[in-house]
Design a protein around this ligand. Sequence first.
Ligand code: C5P
Length: 304
Amino acid sequence: MAADAVTARAPAKVNLQLSVGVRRADGYHDLATVFHAVSLYDEVSVQRGEGLTLRVEGRERDAVPVDGTNLAVRAAVLLAGKVGVPADVALTIRKAIPVAGGMAGGSADAAAALVACDALWGAGLDRRQLLRLAAELGSDVPFGLVGGTAVGLGRGERLSPVLARGAFEWVFAVAGSGLSTPAVFAEIDRLRAGRILPEPRPDERLMTALRAGNPRALGPALSNDLQPAACSLLPRISLTLAVGRNAGALGCVVSGSGPTCAFLAGDGQHAQEIASALRSGTGCRVERATGPVGGARVVDGPGR
Ligand code: C5P
């Protein structure tokens, strides 16, 4: 059933593992990553309109592109083309996920726009069709649809779910300025030039910790090959990681291509302590979240 207005939301992600292999001929890197969706959400509302318009709300609204490069706009245009309808839609994005922070905020917006427009136009695409469109939009967009905890292979778009027990408590320190993902991948190539790289594989120690739902085992198993590159481009990331480590976080890792840093806590009280240490010890915005959570879904309108 088509509708006049639909709102969908999609979660941020943190990579519990991000192993980066060689740069491929198409410019992407082969990855073995473990995505984990956390309870920080962007909302995308879509309304029938004349032509395509975009409005962005939220504290970082000025940092979000409002032209045709915006991933939610690209998602609406791609889906309209697939369904064969004009992309006449007024999009509103309410941003809570850090912009250019390594938490896939743009990808979440694209995933939310796909499910919202699908419901608005009554297109009824199945999951496989939506996942294919998502992979065209960006490497992290399929995971924005799926959520939970999942291994990503290829450039990150080939997903398989991971068995994870329980819920994990996270604290995020969000730096004031973002990092460009291509720049961070270029920096890791520079730092590792001349090295022979093994094929990236999911880490069994991490999988065991997730299956057991054990944050004390998960903390030391967190890893991110992009971390040295992000720290090289923005050295104060190392200081932020040290503040969280000294506050007793069970694990500390740069989220994706950074600069957001993720800290694992043992429980809610512990998360609160880490959050206050980060607030007083860094200039960062600090957010708390739990994971895993589900992927993009309609929260208002048909298809709820
Ligand atoms: O797929 P997406 O557009 O999100 O990727 C953004 C950029 O990140 C790519 O243009 C590329 O520079 C880098 N990237 C990469 N290898 C991946 C994923 C992203 O080099 N697997």
